[in-house]
Design a protein around this ligand. Structure first.
Ligand code: ZN
Ligand code: ZN
Length: 237
């Protein structure tokens, strides 16, 4: 008896698992990939959570996310390729799709399968942003002037502080001024990151003849059992 495809009746091979090539492909059992992949996306800073880490939203990151969701079914996959379908310049979180091309073989016959996966961002607020927007801070810098402090001088120092932190911000998202408060002979600035605050205090004091005064207070114990400290750097200018 002649072999024929049970789906379309075609008698011309090649046949795969009893079906003609077209029908076998139409069954869509070559590889599996979800139609949609969710990922967390911070609506404040635009970062995405990829494999548990908050990172800049990049093409590579998203492609990697899709790649690991492509699973073998009937086809032995030799090569997975993922490319983002761009509707606009750059990588925006909304309306992202990725084209998946999987190359491999079924019973030794080379095949290529193409699929489209939608990437769905879930708007959340990342750890760092929730800290910054929740007034979280690790350190205070007390800026004090000898004698009467002038508004103009204070503003200039504040500006210098903000631009110094700006430079650290890419590597340290908590390098921000959380709030500032006027004091006699100067002002206090609350800083998200203690590391950034320390660098900033050293930077501010480099032209001053006074040493930086450091102190810390205990703010209890965190969930991991580590003591939380808040640092204060007093800089006299
Ligand atoms: Zn067929
Ligand atoms: Zn964020």
């Amino acid at each position: 008896m002649k072999q024929f495809c049970p789906e379309c009746g075609k008698e011309k091979g090649p046949f795969l698992k009893g079906f003609c090539l077209d029908c076998f492909k139409k069954k869509g059992d070559l590889v599996s990939a979800p139609k949609e992949i969710d990922f967390e996306h911070c609506k404040k800073c635009g970062k995405a959570r990829i494999r548990g880490k908050w990172v800049e939203l990049t093409e590579e990151g998203l492609e990697g996310l899709v790649k690991e969701k492509i699973k073998e079914k009937e086809m032995k996959i030799e090569n997975r390729m993922v490319s983002l379908i761009r509707e606009a310049e750059g990588v925006q979180a909304q309306g992202l799709k990725a084209e998946v091309t999987a190359k491999g073989s079924v019973d030794g016959m080379p095949l290529t399968e193409k699929l489209v996966v939608a990437l769905k961002p879930k708007d959340v607020i990342c750890v760092n942003c929730s800290r910054v927007y929740g007034n979280y801070y690790e350190a205070t810098i007390q800026v004090r002037f000898g004698g009467v402090s002038l508004k103009k001088t204070e503003d200039a120092v504040l500006k210098r502080m903000a631009s110094f932190l700006q430079r650290l911000h890419a590597k340290d998202p908590l390098a921000v001024i959380v709030s500032e408060k006027k004091q006699r002979n100067g002002f206090d600035v609350l800083i998200g990151s203690k590391r950034a605050a320390k660098l900033l205090a050293v930077h501010l004091a480099k032209d001053s003849e006074h040493d930086i005064k450091r102190s810390f207070s205990l703010e209890g114990v965190d969930k991991a059992g580590k003591t939380k400290k808040r640092f204060t750097f007093c800089v006299r200018l």
